[in-house]
Design a binder for this molecule. Structure first.
Ligand code: GLA
Length: 399
């Protein structure tokens, strides 16, 4: 009897604390999501072409793997049995065939739904159908679920996301679970056991430094999103990431702004979900999205987010500890004019309080410029550089 009580207590604990699939997203997930460019205007031939280009453009080789359909893939109503139905006009061959196609390219497939009664765009939400929807996703063979937070009518976020996490677990197919609750309930405090990444802010827009006020909600430029990442770096790590939202690279910002945005996401060990029309991207966009050395900073196995070390004349200095005692160092010029920076590597030791990693004056580091792809001397000489407006200088220091 005593043992039975202990077992029941353990099961209850598991149930309320969540049991996500472990071993997934050991580094920040990389892929593509339909929302930033297409909103609900998605369809089978477009998504197949995107998967094709993810391979032919070199993005797959650079590490991108998930093709995720955001809001708008469903019919406006469930069927008579309460099942979700993919819109047959948009996806005539059905969702399973599309998942199979994406898998045949060596890629992974993801879908979107919402913890509320309806998704943000008004399609059927999952509330009350968690286990049924999870079975549907497992049957299709999805690998990633983005789970939003519209029309939630006052429900408890931790419980709602835990319920869906448990439903995915019970359905049996390993799925990366992406919480999209916009940070209002501080998911970094409770979602490590529940999911693999969690949005930290409201939606991004394709703007470097601005806010778009929609009345009841605001969309944020890349810099505004960056400013909302303060004091949460300690909650991210392998298998559980802060998500500052999907990329706007290739969606209309200037090339230097795209570069700065992508760099800062890499410094933050952020998920790298491209949000542009891969079929129409130019070479500059490809070069940014597939810069392997910058991606390696994002994907470093230690999974430690950068910290802001200094701000001077609108230039922010960010430092990210990497494995093997290496560092990524980024100077971000947020101002609208070029700024000069100096940095004396030998001035003092810098220790990251979180990871205890140290940038030591006693070490002579080899330096690489990750955007020119060229060596940039070593740490004996102080750095002197001019950073163009809305741009970055991104360096890697190796022992
Ligand atoms: C919310 C999310 C977005 C997107 C839309 C879809 O706004 O934050 O990322 O998924 O819903 O309607």
């Amino acid at each position: 009897m005593k043992h039975l009580i202990i077992i029941i207590a353990l099961l209850i604990t598991l149930h309320v604390s969540g049991q996500k699939f472990s071993g997934l997203a050991n580094t920040p997930p990389m892929g593509w999501n339909s929302w930033n460019t297409f909103q609900v205007n998605i369809n089978e031939s477009m998504v197949k072409a995107i998967a094709d280009v993810m391979v032919s453009s070199g993005m797959k080789a650079a590490g991108y793997e998930y093709i995720v359909l955001d809001d708008g893939w469903m019919m406006k109503e469930r069927d008579a049995n309460g099942n979700l139905v993919a819109d047959p006009l948009k996806f005539p061959a059905g969702m399973k065939a599309l998942a199979d196609y994406v898998h045949s390219k060596g890629l992974k497939f993801g879908l979107y739904n919402c913890a509320g009664t309806k998704t943000c765009a008004g399609y059927p939400g999952t509330r009350g159908y968690e286990y049924q929807d999870a079975r549907y996703y497992a049957a299709i063979g999805i690998d990633y679920l983005k789970y939003d937070w519209c029309n939630t009518e006052g429900i408890n976020a931790k419980e709602a996301y835990t319920t869906m996490s448990n439903a995915i677990r019970v359905a049996g197919r390993p799925v990366v679970f992406s919480l999209c609750e916009w940070g209002g309930n501080q998911p970094w405090l409770w979602a490590t056991a529940v999911g693999h990444l969690w949005r930290t802010t409201g939606d991004i827009i394709n703007c470097f430094d601005c806010v778009k006020d929609h009345g009841s909600w605001k969309a944020w430029g890349a810099m505004q999103i960056l400013d909302q990442q303060k004091n949460i770096r300690q909650y991210a790590g392998p298998g559980h990431w802060n998500d500052p939202d999907m990329l706007e690279v290739g969606n209309g910002m200037a090339v230097n702004e795209d570069r700065a945005h992508f760099t800062m996401w890499a410094m933050l060990a952020a998920p790298l979900m491209a949000g542009n029309d891969l079929r129409a991207m130019n070479q500059q966009t490809i070069n940014i999205l597939t810069n392997k050395e910058v991606i390696a900073v994002d994907q470093d196995v230690m999974g430690i987010q950068a910290f802001q070390y200094k701000v001077k004349d609108s230039v922010e200095t960010w430092l990210k500890p990497l494995s093997n005692d290496s560092w990524a160092v980024c100077f971000l010029n947020r101002s609208a004019k070029a700024q000069s920076v100096t940095f004396n590597w030998k001035e003092k030791n810098i220790t990251d309080e979180l990871s205890k990693a140290a940038l030591n004056t006693s070490v002579t580091y080899k330096i690489r410029n990750l955007w020119t792809g060229q060596p940039a001397g070593n740490s004996t000489a102080a750095l002197k550089a001019t950073i163009p407006a809305h741009d970055v200088l991104m360096l890697r220091l190796d022992k």
